[in-house]
Design a protein around this ligand. Sequence first.
Ligand SMILES: [Zn+2]
Length: 448
Amino acid sequence: MRKSKYTGTWAVFDEDYKRGFDDVFRRYAENGIKNVMYGGIALIFDIHKEYYIDTCIDPYTEIEYYKEVGDVFGTKEILIESDFNEVNSIADKYGLSLQLVITPGVSEPIVAKHPSTAVVDIYGNKSPHWMCPSNPDVQQYFFGRIEDILRRYKIGEVELDVICLDFYDPQVVPDWVLPELYPLRQLAIRNCFCKHCIEKAKKAGLNLAKIESEIKVLNDEARSLKYEQFKKWDDTIRGVFDIIRFVLNHPMLIDWLRFRASVVEDFVFDIKNVIKKINSDILLSSDLVSPSFSWTLGQIYSEQPRLTDITKLMLYHKRIGSFEVKPLRRIKSAIPQIKDEELMRQYYRLKGFSGPLTFDEFEREGIDAENIYYEVKKAKVEVGPDYPIVAGLVGDPPATAKDVKEAVKMAYKGGADGYMLHQWYGNTPIENIEAFGEQLRELGEING
Ligand SMILES: [Zn+2]
């Protein structure tokens, strides 16, 4: 019999609590799911002050905030009041494990309370929610948080979510994000210029003055919201070779993109050391966006085998449109002459995706399932056969059971080494969880 592949789900604690953990965990087990990742689970664990002496960040900041305010995925009061060991022992009865998901990227309450931790753009603007991975206070806070938890609880895997670098979370796209033209925003990305990144870049030998001036010129263009300006880039960057032509004229942008990735990589490398020193059997995984554009966030697949034990590739093909349409709609409201189709075609060309050509359909239906196949395959080719890529697939609505099955099949075809079902947007129908299990069983990816 073949060994079952890695399986898991990103689930919503409050929903599972209300449905009853016994019922929920039994269903997960029946559908081959082994690992349960609850959004915000880090909030369930107590704070022990001795782990936070090297950081200015108040370790109670997030717990206090999420108890009262919450985030796009709801408040976390039930979660915060619950007992991890109690829930984990129910999971254990069904052969499941609760794992630790931690989000070292974005935190609105931490940045609000400690503005010095924010990512800074080239104009000196501070991100309202992104913490810079180069910042020693951010680093020490997360090293402390992880150690505080791992020293006291039996946990088999630490998963890093939003482990990247940018100014705003592309899977949320807050209202304060202003429109900018593609692909300049991505190629001449203007963060992070905090004092720690500047110092690190200088040490790495980057020609920062030249990089800054190029980025400024290109960003002025990206923010010049006129139809002719859109057409200039849309008509001249037609294919991949055009991007090569562009970067040959701006070679230092590659140094900058590479440097940004090193900021993230160095942080992950240090987290790995913290974890493995506590117990080398604890797995470290991290969540990456699709390889076609992960480099814009400082995530480079080929580097991952050196940094973590598992990479989870998140491509929620039915949901991606609901957040990625937002920047496109903002460009269109700034430049009303642009047709949806023009922006959609440009988006697909740049990302290498296929899908519908209107904003409404893109928002409602997302992109074609075949993109999962391509992205998983790209990831596998980059990391090599011996390092696992786990495909993170949509479970939440509007995905139907049929969509879930299609997603599993495409990930399998791409060579996925494991599968995660995403439920964090809420209200995942039970049929979708069952479809996930049925399809994995049919493909022989899980036993029983
Ligand atoms: Zn920085």
